[in-house]
Design a binder for this molecule. Structure first.
Ligand code: 2HA
Ligand code: ZN
Length: 266
């Protein structure tokens, strides 16, 4: 199998093993590099056209691997061609062709508008380096969203203080969107606005969107955030009597050469 598909499938199943993909929860899209498209071209045998509810002309002609709507991450390694697929965005950015996979009438993820708008936003702020957008339902970060107001400063400080690596892994902080109906254009627009500033955005009472250059980086980002949330909730349950100070966060950022978001420090 093509390496890019192997890596993609591994990430889907890794998320399932973490317990982040109950039933059909979560979805993954990957913007293919030109050499990966060539590698996969021999697979392209069908062409089903679909319309999009949002204008993604910034992605015209781009190829994506996407999980299928209603499909289970758990099943991706067993039958990739039924549970994931490769699409090409139309030249006018108003729809796409399904070129491989998503067999038996499947469609790309219900969160495709959010994914594509997030890709556009992250491509712009990373000079084109972002290739991965990942949505998952990890229990701890979702539980944490019940304990705070939907405020990125509050959330980011909690996460930075909950594990020393966090300020190095996401020095910009993590965004949070208050509860909205999933699957539509409105949540796509709001998420893509936040993801311009933050590499990951929590959907209150739902889950998280993470972005990155590679599968490893993106999975690692979500994994780090989820671990920090778990530590926070455990510490909160046991009773927090001290934490990492702002002074220590600044020292850490300096030592690792990252620009920590000063708006979130006091
Ligand atoms: O794919 O996670 O947000 C199901 C979902 C919708
Ligand atoms: Zn979801």
């Amino acid at each position: 199998m093509q390496k890019v598909l192997e890596d993609y499938i591994r990430m889907c199943y890794d998320g399932f093993l973490q317990g982040w993909h109950e039933r059909n929860g979560g979805n993954l899209t990957y913007r293919m590099r030109p050499e990966e498209v060539e590698d996969c071209r021999s697979l392209f045998s069908q062409s089903r056209h679909m319309e999009l509810p949002v204008d993604v002309s910034a992605l015209a002609g781009e190829y994506f691997i996407s999980t299928g709507s209603g499909r289970f991450m758990r099943n991706v390694p067993l039958a990739p061609q039924e549970n994931i697929g490769i699409i090409r965005i139309d030249d006018d950015g108003r729809g796409y062709e399904i070129l491989w996979g998503l067999e038996n009438g499947a469609r790309p993820t219900s969160e495709l508008p959010s994914h594509l708008m997030n890709h556009i936003a992250r491509i712009q702020v990373t000079d084109g380096r972002c290739h991965v957008i990942y949505h998952a339902h990890p229990a701890n970060i979702t539980a944490l969203s019940y304990t705070i107001e939907p405020d990125a400063r509050v959330l980011s400080r909690i996460l930075w203080q909950s594990e020393t690596e966090c300020a190095v892994v996401f020095p910009e902080g993590v965004g949070i969107l208050d509860w909205m109906i999933p699957g539509g254009t409105d949540i796509a627009v709001e998420t893509s606005r936040l993801i311009r500033t933050y590499p990951a955005v929590v959907w209150a009472f739902h889950g998280i969107f993470g972005s990155g250059e590679t599968f490893d980086e993106t999975f690692g980002l979500v994994h780090t955030i989820e671990k920090a949330a778990e530590i926070y909730l455990k510490a909160k349950g046991a009773g927090i009597i001290r934490t990492i100070s702002d002074e220590q966060l600044r020292i850490l950022a300096k030592a690792f050469g990252v620009h920590i978001n000063e708006d979130f420090l006091s």
